[in-house]
Design a protein around this ligand. Structure first.
Ligand SMILES: Nc1ncnc2c1ncn2[C@@H]1O[C@H](COP(=O)(O)OP(=O)(O)OP(=O)(O)O)[C@@H](O)[C@H]1O
Ligand SMILES: [Mg+2]
Length: 234
């Protein structure tokens, strides 16, 4: 489904991703963990066409996508939620979802179904900027659901949420996408990764250093090593 080979991304002097190779089969659910600055968001930005790549290839269903514009990549089935929520604050809840649906005759119906899936149908006419932070996070997920993606890139969708909100968001993501949709989840709390993703990858300084069952990752000494001096994500 997604094949990344030897991917390198550079910003000025630094290599944010170094020769990263990764295969994501259809329907796979993979956690992406690693300390601040290890390259997690850059990986998502490279896949979704938001940063230029310095080397390597990114293929989606066999087709190279790294030269495509972000909207073309989105149209090929890649949805995304952002580490800091990105919504049209001055548009209504439903109007934030409508562009993701496309221009089908039943667009509004589909947008409302996506809102219903995250529990926001009753807030359809509220301005996005007036929603609580938790509801804004859920609205971003509704927008991704409306896109019916083959690949979801969720960048810390639980950041800033309480424990119960966090559990609910992980459950939502787990239930809202079909079995054929692959999910990459960036997440600092291993328990949350474990709830959704049987497999996870550990990044450190732009390199993929462990790709393993999430239950093994917890006990892997390289995890503690990479997080040395900072809070372990357990
Ligand atoms: N647009 C950019 N321009 C310059 N440097 C960047 C840019 N985006 C990321 N970087 C740098 O690339 C490295 C990786 O950043 P990235 O945002 O991918 O980390 P991350 O793993 O998502 O961290 P966090 O957990 O804090 O979100 C960092 O050193 C960061 O400062
Ligand atoms: Mg990040």
């Amino acid at each position: 489904m997604l094949e990344i080979d030897d991917l390198t991304v550079r910003f000025d002097g630094i290599e944010a991703l170094r020769r990263l190779t990764l295969v994501v089969p259809p329907g796979a659910r993979i956690g992406v963990i690693g300390p601040n600055g290890s390259g997690k968001t850059t990986l998502f930005n490279a896949i979704s066409g938001l940063v230029a790549i310095a080397g390597g290839t990114i293929r989606l269903n066999g087709r190279a996508i790294s030269h495509l514009a972000p909207h073309q990549i989105a149209a090929s089935g890649v949805a995304r939620t952002f580490q800091s929520v990105r919504l049209f604050q001055r548009l209504s809840v439903v109007d934030n979802v409508l562009p993701a649906v496309g221009t089908t005759r039943d667009a509004r119906q589909a947008a409302l179904a996506a809102l219903d899936a995250v529990g926001l149908a009753a807030r359809r006419d509220t301005l996005a900027g007036d929603l609580s932070f938790y509801d804004q996070r859920r609205l971003e997920i509704a927008r991704a659901i409306a896109q019916r993606p083959r690949l979801l890139l969720a960048d810390e969708p639980t950041a800033g949420l309480s424990q119960s909100e966090c559990d609910h968001v992980i459950e939502l993501i787990g239930n809202a996408f079909g079995a054929e949709t692959a999910i990459l989840l960036i997440e600092h709390k291993i328990a949350a990764v474990e709830a959704l993703c049987p497999r996870s990858m550990l990044l450190s300084e732009g390199r993929l250093i462990v790709d393993a069952a999430t239950s093994d990752m917890r006990r892997d000494p390289r995890l503690a090593n990479v997080y040395f001096g900072t809070q372990l994500p357990l």
